[in-house]
Design a binder for this molecule. Structure first.
Ligand code: DGJ
Length: 734
């Protein structure tokens, strides 16, 4: 067992990390330690025994002025009981009080991984070395209790956490906040790395030292969002890719979230992560429960690359049980950027035929194939093929594509509706909108009320009808506006604080009802680009469209930021036409290809507009990608340089798990490359092995490649790209 309970101390071990908690003399659960692996049975000496004047002491502490909930590190903090930091829980008891003081009641340790009944979680595969600890904390007065859940993935160095609230009180409680994870560090010398952005520029990397007060990121848009990602790193100030302590916190949830790192007046740090408490209030009758989403935590003593490897491995192996997770992903062409809404069967078939010459394996028909959807203003919600554009409907088109030897894919945006649609005309009460107020539109659409069981049932049926008619091998699931006007006509006025979360619960039910019942279909997530790229979505979607910005240079920072938590095999990336729509930038095809290889690789252009030379050139990139796609998807990934710190070039590398093969990619961003000696320092190779590099004609040791590096050619213009294949020879260096 990797989890031990001894003398009131819980110790969770993974291969390289230790997590320790202790039941205090008064029954509070104290957080002791999370960090490099240690074998000590109890490290509570790290809590100083000092009187903090002006702090309150719980009644049971009597004359002990040292014992203060605000100064002691808590594992799950109390509320309205003298801990003034961001709380783990906020609720209103049946008697109107706000107090909750969780004290240890009982615990269980068992082999395997816990699951939640309403929310997606990571899971343990057969024979996986995973153990679980459940600790029940109970308020002695109200009897409201919280079960804290912990699972260790031993070899993968991941610890997951969640919490379930039980209303065992005598009446109804109003839950206003329940953090999934909260832990207290005794010091504050950390940098916070988080990933901000907007549509067209998702997951930009931000790194800054923690300041006193609350360092907070989050989303209040009804989705994890473009603006902040529910993944945050805390690390030492000098941590870099190879060295230093780093902690990751990844929330497995696709709705409103908050991450707080509060540095208090004693320069201690409390981390709390969970559902955003804004406009959140869940009523729980006696006997009812509430589950908080899971947080996947990782610790690395060896810098950020190692931290990323931990997340990449867990997301590749323990998030999604689709057979496509470990399969070679098809190279696709998507109709959106080349045609938007203006296409018909003939045009699509012509495009598919010419895409074959590019080596494409999957043809995807994007928005515009259904109802009266000829622009963004109408038809959304009516999932019946437009026979004027597509005679014979989807099966007929799919059939033709299949005859060409390609797979066929289709776009849906089930969560939305245009007012000009049959669905809205039949069910105007099925959208989120505040009574007596005109709803806000975004992209001319309204958001369906997924908190309603009837809406969920309808959507499952409507999408499944199309899929069950046959012919569809791939689905792109889009979501193109944030919710607001959050009010459901299905629920009474005093339950409207539940709607944000009930929407997400409805979404997961729909995904279960569609994705899990079609295991032969590859599903790709999307949200106006990468607006819902999170761990929970990865439990359903083996891949997610990373951004609507297909400019190769913009993609450098987008994909760099995404890579800190999410593996390259999950990132949808395509070659598109230049100048690109948003940035108006033109870069060589090779550069577009190399950045699309930092993902699932595909095309989003009209091959009819390409010259024969361009088709030949691109088909070589496709062939090259096919040769290396297993290495790219499942190898260890290294960020060799940052697109921010070294804006001359950005480089990254894939290394096979056996260290025998590697691929190095670089894109030059600045013309100063012309006169500067630039070396790419490789990583992850065996120092004393020899490696062959066909592109340079060299044979070099792993040590040379890592310490001296590969010299980038001098005479290349801006926005050029390079690829180097690295293959281990059977000889060692002396
Ligand atoms: C937003 C997506 O990100 C695009 O790729 C495309 O599918 C459009 N929606 C279609 O409306």
């Amino acid at each position: 067992m990797s989890i031990v309970y001894e003398n009131g101390v819980f110790t969770l071990q993974t291969a390289h990390s230790t997590y320790q908690m202790k039941i205090s003399e008064h029954g509070h659960l104290l957080h002791l330690y999370y960090g490099s692996r240690i074998s000590d049975a109890d490290v509570s000496y790290l809590i100083p025994r000092v009187v903090r004047s002006h702090e309150s002491n719980p009644a049971e502490a009597g004359e002990d002025r040292v014992y203060s909930l605000c100064a002691y590190p808590q594992e799950f903090s109390s509320n309205d009981a003298g801990d003034y930091r961001v709380p783990s829980i906020e609720l209103i008891n049946p008697d109107g009080s706000y107090a909750f003081v969780g004290k240890y009641r009982t615990h269980t340790i068992y082999h395997g991984k816990y699951r939640l009944s309403t929310l997606p979680t990571l899971f343990a595969r057969q024979n996986e070395n995973a153990d679980t600890l459940e600790i029940v904390l109970e308020d002695e007065v109200t009897h409201v209790s919280v079960k804290l859940l912990y699972s260790t993935f031993y070899e993968k160095d991941i610890i997951t956490r969640s919490a379930i609230l039980y209303n065992s009180s005598e009446g109804e409680i109003r839950l206003q906040r329940l953090m999934s994870a909260s832990l207290d560090f005794m010091t504050c010398d950390y940098d916070m790395i988080d990933f901000f952005g907007h549509h067209y520029l998702e997951r930009q990397t931000d790194r800054h030292p923690l300041t006193h007060g609350i360092n907070e990121i989050g989303s209040f848009r009804g989705a994890s969002g473009h603006f902040h990602n529910p993944f945050v790193i805390l690390c030492d100030h000098n941590t870099d890719e190879d060295r230093g302590n780093a902690y990751g916190f990844c929330l497995m949830y696709s709705g409103n979230f908050v991450f707080d790192a509060e540095v208090d007046g004693y320069s201690q740090t409390r981390v709390a992560m969970g559902i955003h408490p804004k406009q959140f209030e869940f009523k729980l009758a006696k006997g009812e429960t509430f589950e908080a989403p899971e947080v996947a935590m990782a610790y690395s003593a060896d810098g950020l690359s190692e931290l990323s490897h931990r997340y990449h491995d867990i997301f590749r192996e323990n998030a999604c049980d689709s057979k496509f997770v470990s399969a070679q992903r098809p190279i696709l062409i998507n109709s959106w950027e080349p045609f938007y809404f203006s296409f018909d069967s003939e045009k699509l078939i012509r495009t598919a035929e010419s895409a074959k010459a590019l080596g494409v394996e999957l043809f995807v028909l994007d928005d515009g194939w259904f109802g009266t959807r000829n622009d963004g203003r109408s038809g959304l919600g009516d999932w019946v093929a437009n026979e004027q554009k597509l005679p014979g409907g989807i099966p007929a088109l799919a059939d033709k594509i299949h005859q060409m030897g390609m797979k066929f894919g289709l776009w849906f945006e089930p969560e939305m509706v245009n007012e000009d649609s049959d669905l809205y005309r039949a069910h105007p009460d099925w959208v989120l909108r505040v009574p007596n107020r005109a709803p806000s539109r975004s992209r001319h659409q309204l958001c369906l009320d997924l908190s309603r069981p009837d809406v969920c049932a309808h959507l499952i049926q409507a999408v499944n009808d199309v899929l069950d008619a046959g012919g569809v091998d791939y689905v792109k699931w889009d979501y193109n506006r944030y919710v607001c006007d959050v009010y459901s006509q299905y629920y009474p006025a005093n339950r409207q604080g539940e709607i944000y979360h009930r929407y997400i619960l409805g979404l997961y039910k729909i995904l279960d009802g569609i994705i899990k019942t079609h295991p032969h279909i590859l599903f790709e997530g999307c949200s106006g680009g990468g607006g819902r790229f999170d761990g929970a979505m990865l439990t359903y979607f083996p891949q997610i469209w990373c951004s609507d910005n297909t400019d190769a240079i913009s993609r450098l920072t987008i994909q760099y930021g995404t890579s800190f938590a999410y593996p390259v095999c999950t990132m949808g990336a395509h070659i598109s036409a230049c100048p690109t729509k948003k940035t108006k930038r033109t870069v060589p095809f090779k550069t577009r290809a190399v950045t699309a290889m930092h993902g699932t690789f595909g095309y989003e252009l009209d091959p009819a507009k390409m010259s024969e030379e361009e088709i030949d050139e691109c088909s070589e990139y496709t062939t090259f990608y096919k040769k290396h796609r297993v290495l790219i998807a499942y190898g260890d990934y290294y960020r060799l340089s940052s697109p921010y710190d070294d804006s001359i070039f950005t480089a990254w590398q894939f290394v096979s798990k056996d260290r025998g093969q590697s691929l190095v990619c670089a894109v030059t961003q600045d013309i100063s490359i012309l006169d500067r000696n630039c070396y790419i320092h490789l990583r992850g190779l065996e120092s004393d092995s020899l490696y062959e590099i066909p592109q340079t004609g060299q044979t070099l040791s792993g040590a040379a490649l890592q310490n001296i590096g590969i010299l980038l050619p001098h005479t290349q213009p801006q926005y050029n790209a390079f690829i180097f294949e690295i293959k281990k020879l059977n000889t060692k260096t002396i």
